[in-house]
Design a protein around this ligand. Sequence first.
Ligand SMILES: [Zn+2]
Length: 344
Amino acid sequence: MADFMKDSDLKDRFLNALKGKAVDMVPALSVTQTGTLELMEKSGAAWPEANFNAEKMANLALAAHKFAGLEAIRYPFCLTVLSEAMGCSINPGRYDVQPFPGSQPFAEMAETLELPSDLAERGRIPVLADVTSILRERAGEEIPLIAGIEGPASLASRLLGTYNFLTWVLRKPELLRRCLEVTGAACSEYSAVLSEAGADAVCIVDGIAGPDMLDPKHLASLIKPEYENFCRAGKGMKLIHICGNSTSILKTLSECGFNGISIEEKVTDLPAAKKLVGKKVSLIGNLSSSGVMLTGTCEEVKNKAKECLEGGIDILAPGCGIAPKTPLSNLRALVDARDEFYSN
Ligand SMILES: [Zn+2]
């Protein structure tokens, strides 16, 4: 660990990279989930407990910085906290499976969906506030804290059911719009709880809003207004992760107010992607999580990472959630590749 850079520079570097300011090096970190089996072993904090217990969640999140050298602390490891707080039952998962929603509580009663007045007290939201405070205390002020949450579209698809969500885009757009206003407000309120507790950035993960699932014109008409509200509300950096090839929606996303957009390796032309988002928005990614990071050698990770850096990526990161079986050596190779890139 001695050869990692001084922690004192990490938060500045992260914030500067997101603000489009000059940085000495592109940060190397993850804005998507970081829990791996090796880190669970090293930290003594494993799933499923680490998805529910504040102390264990904090320990596992810290491990990705401590043992892999990732230059931010990213938590939690699932995308169910807000869904649970809004009424979904949650299946706790296993040591290598993330928790996942087990019900669609508003599928038959979407008209009744509203923002609970006690949202901040519900489900694991108080746990995540605690995790944030614990991490802030243990990591100090110098390491960026990034919290991941469900986005407005993903949250709506959980509460209403994916089939309803996708068909109501055409069949019941007004009802869906009203539901999205509620889920968008829930995202903003939860995000405020996290920033208040000390999170530097909140990353919404909204896979179902991507072009693989949703026509980009519906993203623009139905989801974009909620993204704009989310980005306007509260303090802290606002990031978004979209799975798949998001090239066709990058311009729309760049107009919402996000500081950074996290993209997968399916976005193959980085210079073109940068042109689409413009100078005000940082591009984060886009090393294949399920391919190179999970199954590649350290050399392969380094080569792909250097390609991302050559393509002009603003923050070097896995293109999606890190798979639990990803070798620790490959996480370190991501950071090493960045160091090598700048030392040549
Ligand atoms: Zn993804």
